[in-house]
Write a protein that binds this ligand. Structure first.
Ligand code: SAH
Length: 293
């Protein structure tokens, strides 16, 4: 059966004008007992991590709730193939950016979740990576709690973990990196990270949404003492067939980012661990042939 994917484009249309019924329709087939303990007969919301692109990286638990969902509210970084796991009656609602139009505001997305849950639906809020890593899962959870709607978080593989695996860069490694820090390049307040805390030896830094802020990142880290030849990798379209790994160093970060302008999504990994990739990438054949030589 061909399914319609509803697009909400952030133009401020109300839920009602966007075609959402305000009648209280409860589909008991898909509501588990646990759902009935939330206020009245509200449905339950699952904040689900879809992982980084590759549908095979979904958890079994995520797959189960996707299969049972009445509604899936998803954004740009979610691979559309994952939606195919849902039932033919499941409604899909896209709330990401589209054709230059802005994404829906966080408040509007949260409101959609509330509306559907109040109709007794089982709602899956599907997000790229993990909902609690730069995924605003906390904000949505707070609003759901405010409305007495039960929710559960199903973790996903965050981009740092997925990209590290698919590019063969271990984020920690004995003697090279004893800690790893996830940093966002985008901050609502405009405040820059505390560079002094990021430049200690023996740590790996992973910048999400960092490409547009490459110049600030480069300047900040150099100023606080990281070497210009500190190794870095930029992974674009991680965990997909289009994945590319660009190996470089801190002094070239800005120029590399300019070359990659507009390529999204992209993740920056900085650390001595990046150097291990060359060795780890060798094919079994090349290792055997080297041993023979
Ligand atoms: N909640 C998500 C992160 C959302 S922020 C997670 O846990 O992964 C969006 C940023 O994540 C992107 O700008 C990019 O920096 C990074 N990202 C997400 N998916 C990615 C992918 N497949 N490849 C590279 N970077 C990715």
């Amino acid at each position: 059966m061909k399914r319609e994917t509803r697009m909400l484009d952030g133009s401020g249309q109300s839920l009602r004008s966007a075609g959402f019924s305000h009648h209280c329709f409860i589909d008991h087939r898909n509501i588990k007992d646990a759902d009935k303990i939330s206020a009245g007969s509200y449905g339950k919301v699952y904040l689900v991590g879809a992982g980084p692109n590759d549908p095979d990286l979904l958890t079994v638990k995520a797959l189960k709730v996707i299969q049972q969902a009445d509604v899936i509210v998803f954004d740009r970084l979610v691979n559309r193939e994952i939606l195919e796991f849902s039932s033919s009656s499941c409604q899909h609602i896209y709330v990401g950016k589209r054709c230059g139009k802005p994404s829906l505001k966080q408040q509007e997305i949260s409101q959609i979740l509330v509306e559907f849950a109040k109709q007794g639906k089982q709602v899956v809020r599907l997000k790229g990576g993990d909902p609690f890593i730069f995924g605003r899962g906390g904000e949505e959870g707070l609003l759901l709690t405010k409305h007495s709607i039960e929710f559960e978080v199903i973790p996903g593989i965050t981009a740092a973990i997925g990209c590290a695996a698919s590019s063969k860069i271990p984020l920690t490694h004995r003697e090279l990196a004893r800690s790893v820090t996830f940093v966002t390049g985008q901050v609502v307040t405009g405040a820059l990270p505390a560079w002094s805390q990021l430049v200690g030896s023996g740590q790996t830094l992973v910048f999400y949404m960092g490409l547009e802020k490459a110049k600030d990142i480069q300047q900040g880290l150099l100023e606080y003492g990281l070497r210009g030849d500190f190794p870095l990798a930029i992974i674009t379209h991680g965990c997909s067939r289009q994945q590319k790994v660009h190996i470089s160093s801190l002094e070239s970060l800005t120029s590399k980012a300019n070359e990659l302008k507009g390529v999204s999504p992209a993740l920056i990994i900085l650390g001595e661990v990046v150097k291990l990739r060359e060795e780890l990438e060798k094919t079994v054949e090349s290792v055997i042939s080297q041993e023979v030589i």
